[in-house]
Design a protein around this ligand. Structure first.
Ligand SMILES: [Zn+2]
Length: 77
């Protein structure tokens, strides 16, 4: 499964995601900002094992994340 690397322009940290890449904005897992930008267009599998474990947790938290996304959109206006 492809993993995308993104950079948060709010807290200036990099993170990876493989879900929701088709969204217009991806919320930063560190500060919840949606001021993120995709760094690279190619895929890679660095830290894949670690990431899959995170993803499993993220799936369980999907409802929570949807709520956070709504809040983020509201804050942007
Ligand atoms: Zn951030």
């Amino acid at each position: 499964m492809p993993i995308y690397e993104l950079h948060c322009q709010s807290c200036h940290r990099d993170f990876e995601t493989m879900a929701g890449i088709n969204q217009e904005s991806i919320a930063c897992p560190h500060c919840r900002s949606t001021e993120t930008r995709r760094l690279i267009s190619h895929t890679h599998f660095r830290h894949a094992d670690h990431w899959v474990k995170d993803m499993m947790g993220a799936m369980h938290r999907s409802k929570e994340r949807d709520q956070l996304k709504k809040e983020a959109q509201q804050s942007i206006g």
